[in-house]
Design a binder for this molecule. Structure first.
Ligand SMILES: NC(=O)CCC(=O)C(=O)O
Length: 274
């Protein structure tokens, strides 16, 4: 199939894990009823984005959250990009996205590679590395439609990672994220857009809705951008689902008409991973 429908579930995440899992399920069911083939959840969707909550909610794989996502993917016969959760592995915790196919099978998982450690004076200080270890591999999964790259939030700021995914064949890059109200307005829209334009991919940014009861105020503004940089779906802070059609023939046309990937000077520069 050269065209398929993507749903981004911008869910409101609360302190109640069961409530979050039920909300995710409800939104994914709604996405399916609207004809979506792939549903995407936001970064850390089963608990608040805080050190204490993430440590408490951490689960091994397989575990409660991933079992539920896998069963739902199978029942609905759809792809689910499970945002991310705190994944416990041995004595470490990772910020991990689990991706399930329509048989409920695990297609891949991405452990956030770049941890969100920032200190913008008087605005926002966050040290994700107090909780998480960084992941070490680039994630591109195969689906019946195309290859899909998955990276998590702060990862999107590293253009080499996005380029490697495109060079590994990704035509869609999905970014479960939770930008904040300082860097969100400044960088979220432009960063997602330029990653789509540079790599001539569909770029999908999936945020939680903004919860003013929580200590960390997610920016929201989930979006789907096409390979020419056009916003094909977007929202603001509220809880909602956005939908967009991914058209692989259009992507091919953009790549033919504006041949960026083809015209790289590999004789002069290269990425060492490839
Ligand atoms: N959860 C995150 O990685 C937040 C990233 C972010 O807000 C940024 O500015 O980058």
């Amino acid at each position: 199939m050269r065209k398929f429908k993507m749903a981004v579930c911008q869910m409101l995440v609360t302190e109640d894990k069961e409530e979050n899992l039920a909300k995710a399920e409800k939104m994914i069911r709604e996405a399916k009823s609207q004809g979506a083939h792939i549903a995407v959840l936001p970064e850390i969707f089963n608990c608040p984005y805080s050190r204490k909550a993430m440590v408490q909610a951490a689960e091994t794989y397989p575990g409660e959250t991933t079992n539920r996502l896998s069963s739902l993917a199978k029942e609905l016969s759809m792809y689910i990009v499970g945002g991310s959760i705190a994944e416990k592995s041995h004595d470490k915790i990772y910020n991990t996205s689990f991706i399930f196919g329509p048989l409920g099978e695990l297609l891949g998982s991405h452990r956030k590679m770049h941890l969100f450690d920032i200190d913008i004076k008087g605005k926002i200080t966050f040290k994700e590395s107090d909780v998480f270890e960084a992941g070490e591999k680039v994630t591109v999964v195969d689906t019946e439609f195309c290859k899909i790259g998955v990276a998590i939030c702060f990862d999107v700021r590293f253009p080499e990672l996005m380029r490697i995914m495109a060079l590994k064949g990704a035509e869609v890059i999905i970014i479960p994220a939770a930008f904040n109200t300082t860097t969100g307005p400044a960088h979220w829209h432009d960063t997602i857009k330029i990653r789509a334009v540079d790599n001539q991919v569909y770029c999908i940014g999936a945020s939680p809705a903004r919860n003013l009861q929580s200590n960390y105020h997610a920016y929201g503004f989930s979006t789907i951008i096409d390979p020419f940089g056009k916003v094909i779906a977007a929202t603001k802070e509220e809880e909602t689902i956005i939908y967009g059609e991914i058209d692989l023939d259009y992507l091919e046309k953009v790549r033919e008409e504006l041949p960026l990937l083809k015209n790289r000077r590999k004789d002069l520069y290269t990425l060492t991973e490839l």
